[in-house]
Design a protein around this ligand. Structure first.
Ligand code: ASC
Length: 153
């Protein structure tokens, strides 16, 4: 009887072990870091597409530019959610602790990004690269300003 149980029990243990490895629970901090990195990856992708058009590395397409600007503006409203968990820093993270010790400063940098990203959508509506270019530069400055204080290089 006991012997008969060895195989099924071993199998059951193996399956449980496997599934707990596959569905390993992330810590809340790991989940927050992944959320932020996902949001910033999307932001960077669309910001990069616009940057290539601004530089003339790819041909300017007003419709695509507008869509990219809209995604960046949307992400600017979302990324802050990824910092809600206090001190959510892992080995993977480049976030600096002052995000949570200087929340007002961090918030003002985030809001500057939101304002300029929304302005870029308006500029994109003109379809005029001459009007878009300076506003794109302003958005880039808000990225840099926040990274300078709140991201490890
Ligand atoms: C990017 C990227 C940033 C910003 C910043 C703008 O494409 O990854 O962090 O633009 O360099 O100045």
């Amino acid at each position: 009887m006991l012997k008969k149980m060895i195989l099924p029990l071993t199998l059951a243990a193996a399956i449980l072990g496997l599934s707990s490895a596959v569905y390993a629970e992330e810590s809340p901090a790991e989940a927050a870091v992944e959320y932020r990195q996902g949001a910033y990856t999307i932001t960077k992708t669309h910001f990069g597409r616009m940057g290539a058009m601004v530089k003339g590395a790819t041909e300017f397409n007003a419709g695509e530019f507008k869509k990219d600007a809209e995604v960046v503006a949307m992400m600017s409203q979302i990324v802050g959610r990824g910092f809600e968990l206090k001190d959510s820093i892992t080995d993977d993270s480049e976030a600096k602790p002052n995000i949570w010790t200087d929340p007002e400063g961090f918030k003002s940098k985030l809001e500057a990004f939101q304002v300029e990203a929304a302005n870029l959508v308006k500029a994109a509506d003109t379809g005029d690269m001459e009007q878009i270019k300076p506003v794109f530069g302003k958005v880039a400055e808000t990225c840099k300003a926040c990274h300078k204080e709140y991201r490890e290089d």
